[in-house]
Design a binder for this molecule. Structure first.
Ligand SMILES: [Zn+2]
Length: 271
């Protein structure tokens, strides 16, 4: 019986919240892990409707739209809940502090690998679920570090840190699903076309994403493979992005992080 339960398929929930956030849950056998519960209510509604117990909470970073629902969820859950994330003063009640290269077992034989990905915040983590018997396509929960066709603002970190973080994502399998925390895609595409307008993959993706949004469908998750072809922040070594960045900088840009620094600043000012 135990073996049968352990082979129960995983279910993945993507819940829109606030104006443009996505909240995520991973469910197996009526037990759930949630990622970045900025709001507790949609999870509690789902769990009560589908008779699901909360097993654990994974946090990518300390911003309120990612942790705002934690206390309410913990109060709602009747039994022990693992509350895991990066060490940060705004999360004093973590039951497990995670750091780079840690692994956390979500369910039997289902693990998430922890990646430290500073840039948006200094202690930002991402969670990578590799392909396995129960998971045919790997998944990346990357919070506000990588977005569809964009990346997070450098609220705390440096361009060098963000570049390294994105480089690590680029090493993941192309089919990896990018489960980011916001539906910023159309605005990101508008900027991407501004800096990389001759990119035919980007032009094709732009039409596809617009069609999805016209039908009120999410553009998220995308894949690492797609991001490497359309996302200017994943393409800071491509000739077209280098040329755009150089044209907007008085300094001679020496490396990828110099290029990323310029285009990130351009994006901050882009309307
Ligand atoms: Zn954030």
């Amino acid at each position: 019986m135990k073996d049968n339960l352990e082979n129960t398929p995983l279910q993945f929930k993507q819940i829109p919240a606030f104006t443009d956030n996505y909240l995520w849950a991973i469910v197996q056998n009526h037990q759930a892990w949630v990622v970045d519960p900025g709001d507790a209510t949609p999870f509690i509604d789902l769990f009560e409707r589908e008779n699901i117990a909360l097993k654990g909470i994974l946090i990518t970073h300390h911003h309120n739209d990612h942790i705002g629902g934690v206390e309410k969820l913990l109060a709602w859950a009747k039994s022990f809940v693992t509350f895991a994330g990066p060490l940060h003063p705004s999360m004093p009640r973590l039951t497990r502090v995670l750091q780079d290269l840690d692994e956390i077992e979500l369910f039997p034989q289902v693990i998430a690998r922890v990646m430290a990905v500073p840039g948006h915040t200094l202690s930002h983590l991402a969670y990578y679920m590799p392909q396995s018997e129960l998971l045919s396509v790997p998944r990346l929960y990357c919070g506000d570090t990588l977005f569809a066709t964009g990346c997070g603002r450098l609220s705390e970190g440096t361009p060098t840190q963000m570049q390294k973080s994105l480089d690590r994502f680029a090493q993941l399998p192309a089919e990896t699903l990018v489960c980011c925390a916001h539906e910023y895609t159309l605005a990101n595409i508008k900027f991407a076309l501004h800096v990389d307008g001759n990119n035919s993959d980007l032009l094709a993706w732009s039409l596809q994403a617009q069609a999805l949004r016209d039908q009120q469908l999410p553009t998220v998750p995308t894949t690492i493979g797609l991001e490497k072809t359309v996302n200017p922040f994943m393409r800071s070594d491509s000739p077209s992005i280098i040329a755009t960045a150089q044209a907007h900088s008085e300094l001679s840009l020496q490396n990828k992080e110099d290029v990323l620094a310029v285009i990130r600043k351009m994006k901050d000012q882009f309307k």
